[in-house]
Write a protein that binds this ligand. Structure first.
Ligand SMILES: [Zn+2]
Length: 358
């Protein structure tokens, strides 16, 4: 079967309507096509090495109008390559960091994309593609991806904590993303876990937040506070030029090699994380909590990641209400960086179903 025939066969086998997910990041934008069951459809695009791409990736332009035009163009090209008629697509989910003003429909405070502030991106993309466009926060979109076809598939409710440079969080309850009154619903990275006056400073400017302790930056700051006082193999690996994000990676590698301070820092991260998760459980009581992102110490495939998860679970269970402790499932996310576009497409599908009902 030729490559084109294989692609067209996959499109024919898919369950329509299709949905498009757009996941906007600080440096690149992912665009992917998903069918009604949440299955990713090969985009038909190939990279420079000739490898097929399940989704398209384009550079994030500083000017939002240009970025919107490039997204619309990429979607158009994808439809043409896959011989898909626009009418078989139910809509586009646009996942962006930050929020959107629900009245003016303009972007509000997109972190790392300051020039996009106030741009009516959903309406503009809708105008250019002729398709309905739903706004969603990128962390909520990733959570929906895991809820729909990832680790939380089949669960009625869930929360995803994405541990990276910062901590993203999304909460989904029976198909609905908890966006809140101002679009900041589910921002669990900023739950307060330390009330001390000298608690660690968070990226948002406040002290004592979960993100200040368990993000890559938080782990790095805690490490720097300890390496002056304790003997450890970490010290020889760090110089004044080492970036904070790289320190967390050094901690991971040294902990794997058996350094006791590095291992303690990983286990302390589990403890701090459990404090945030407890507040989340006592507020929402989701059926499961997933951990994703680059800061999961190797995840389920390595012994350290497994021990980290076991420690988070143990700490959570020791502090939770008995009924919650007996039932709560804490696990790693599985979709990786695809969760964002798959979830954005899924949230567009939820909106499509709601509109159809009316
Ligand atoms: Zn914060």
């Amino acid at each position: 079967m030729t490559e084109e025939k294989r692609l067209l066969h996959a499109v024919k086998e898919a369950k329509t309507p299709f949905f498009i997910g757009v996941d906007v990041g600080g440096t690149s934008i992912k665009i992917g096509l998903v069918d009604d069951y949440g299955r990713s459809i090969d985009s038909g695009a190939v990279n420079d090495e000739g490898v097929h791409l399940s989704c398209i990736s384009i550079r994030t332009e500083p000017h939002p109008q240009t970025a919107t035009e490039l997204i619309a163009e990429a979607i158009d090209d994808m439809f043409k390559r896959l011989h898909i008629d626009r009418s078989s697509c139910g809509g586009i989910g646009l996942g962006i960091p930050g929020t959107m003003d629900l009245v003016t429909r303009k972007l509000r405070q997109p972190p790392n994309l300051h020039s996009w502030e106030g741009f009516p991106m959903c309406d503009e993309l809708s105008k250019q593609t002729g398709l309905p466009v739903l706004f969603c926060n990128d962390a909520n979109a990733a959570a929906y991806g895991e809820y729909w076809v990832g680790s939380a598939s089949g669960q009625p409710s869930m929360a995803l904590l994405t541990l990276g440079t910062g901590i993203g969080c999304g909460i989904i309850i029976e198909g609905r993303s908890i966006d809140g009154a101002t679009g900041y619903g589910g921002e669990c990275g900023h739950l307060v876990i330390d009330a001390a006056d000298d608690a660690l400073l968070c990226g948002c400017g406040q002290r004592g937040h979960l993100e200040a302790y368990c993000s890559a930056t938080g782990v790095a700051r805690r490490t720097l506070n300890q390496t002056d006082r304790r003997e450890s193999s970490i010290r020889s690996k760090i110089s004044p030029e080492t970036r904070l994000g790289d320190i967390a990676k050094i901690v991971y590698h040294e902990a794997e090699k058996g350094d006791s301070l590095a291992y303690e820092i990983v286990m302390d991260t589990a403890k701090y994380l459990s404090l945030g998760i407890i507040s989340l459980l006592n507020t929402v009581d989701p059926a499961c909590v997933l951990l994703g992102g680059a800061m999961t110490f190797g995840g389920r495939d390595v012994p350290l990641g497994q021990r980290f998860l076991a420690q988070v679970t143990k700490e959570v269970k020791s502090r939770a209400f008995k009924a919650i402790a007996e039932k709560i499932m804490i696990d790693f996310a599985v979709l990786g960086s695809d969760a964002g576009y798959i979830g954005a497409a899924g949230l567009a599908r939820e909106e499509f179903l709601q509109v159809k009902k009316k």
